[in-house]
Write a new protein. Structure first.
Lengths: 262, 262
């Protein structure tokens, strides 16, 4: 099993063109994970801009990606003093799979916030629960998720009623959080809509995430919540807080609610 | 003074090409309003797809738009059963001004939510305050904003400390809320960062918004808040609730904090 760095590696083949090999271990039976695909896009955008961090990423998920070879196209649209913006696309079998707008730039690792919301609270990690973790490959073999039991009633057919999900997150390898790993973190939770009793596949249509600070080493805390489940659509916000108690990433996705009631 | 419909009108000039005339009244001295530009992009995307609503819009603001002629380019990337996705760009003087990913589709005006967060509360409209409203042209002459006084301390040099801003919103013309007007609504509040004492221009870098329901006639309520002001960046979430008490749009932007302290 390759590491996260290898699984997201991009190889420059020309001006704004990168070859990639998508790793089936970063997915589930239905599709490769969207956060994994955004991590691959981030690597290409960072290489093309020469800037250190993916400040802002907006991604539209058009088609299901398959494990195996694919290409990332990066088209620079604005190169400014503070940031660079590119249109970035993942292409497979000549069809666009993910279209993204990615802003890259610098962040000051020592910045002191002028204002910060206070973090939420997760139970101590030893009081959290796992699921699906005995497999030797796939998503749960790569990522160690420890869920807040208060958000896991859906596992036993007792969804809590509110669209929420909370968990610790870290890779099962020696890879500490960085900007690219945050892309994986913001889409790592099971869909919050499971707790409203909508089961089945919940494909993401659009996900935008922002990197807000340089993460400290250690496990990340993911806080997922939604505001509205209606008309077949739901939103999912995920905040990522690092082990030093700082907000390092925030995301919102809009997705289709699973069609299977509990 | 033209109406909102005329100010956002697009004229098809070819496959995926639209001519527009940007109206200087939808802006301030520094720039045209980003929400207004997104409304123009929405008109073009809706015309190109033939679908009724802008479900999801992610926009990167690359350069300042000037009043006058411009062009919108629409490139369809996926046309599915539920939704269509296009890359949409506003171009002026041969430079991209705004790049967007826009998903269009249908919404059921009678949908009953499976889950909805409860709305916030604004004071009664007659207890709210206005500012800058005596001008005969420009943004405040077109839009009637009535602000929650609890979020307006910055006007008197007493910023409340929290990045928040709340207001009623309606046009000063007979135009009831629709999908395109929601694009204007999500970017109509003054920057929430004013309440943390950062004055001066706060340019939006990226804004993503989702239309969640078909709005009822009447004034809209805008709830703006941020989670982190740090390292020159801030986030601003805006929820739009309609007069029937339903969440009709939600947005988040990432922007540069004004450089002038209070």
């Amino acid at each position: 099993m390759s590491g996260f760095g290898e699984a997201t590696a991009v190889r420059r083949t020309g001006e704004g063109r990168y070859a990639v090999a998508l790793d089936g271990d970063f997915g589930f039976e239905q599709a490769l994970n969207g956060g994994y695909l955004m991590a691959v896009l981030a690597r290409a955008a960072l290489d093309a801009s020469g800037r250190p961090y993916p400040i802002s990423t907006a991604a539209s998920f058009l088609r299901v990606a398959k494990p195996g070879p694919a290409e990332v196209l990066v088209e620079t649209r604005k190169s400014g003093r503070t940031a660079e913006v590119a249109r970035v696309s993942l292409v497979q079998d000549e069809a666009p799979i993910v279209d993204a707008l990615i802003t890259t730039g610098a962040l000051d690792g020592d910045a002191e916030p002028l204002f910060s919301e206070v973090p939420g609270r997760l139970p101590a990690i030893e009081e959290c629960v796992t699921f699906g973790g005995d497999k030797e490959d796939g998503f749960t073999a790569r990522i160690d998720m420890r869920y807040d039991p208060a958000t896991m009633g859906w596992l036993d057919g007792r969804p809590g009623g509110r669209p929420e999900m909370r968990s610790y997150f870290r890779l099962r390898e020696a890879y500490e959080p960085d900007g690219v790993l945050l892309a994986l973190a913001v889409d790592a939770l099971p869909p919050v809509v499971l707790n409203t009793g909508r089961y089945g596949w919940s494909p993401t249509v659009e996900l935008t995430w922002h990197m807000r600070a340089v993460p400290a080493p250690g496990p990340l805390a993911l806080y997922g919540s939604g505001r509205l489940v209606s008309d077949g659509w739901f939103d999912e916000d995920v905040e990522v807080w690092d082990a030093a108690g700082r907000l390092v990433a925030q995301s919102r996705q809009i997705a289709r609610a699973g069609r299977r009631p509990s």
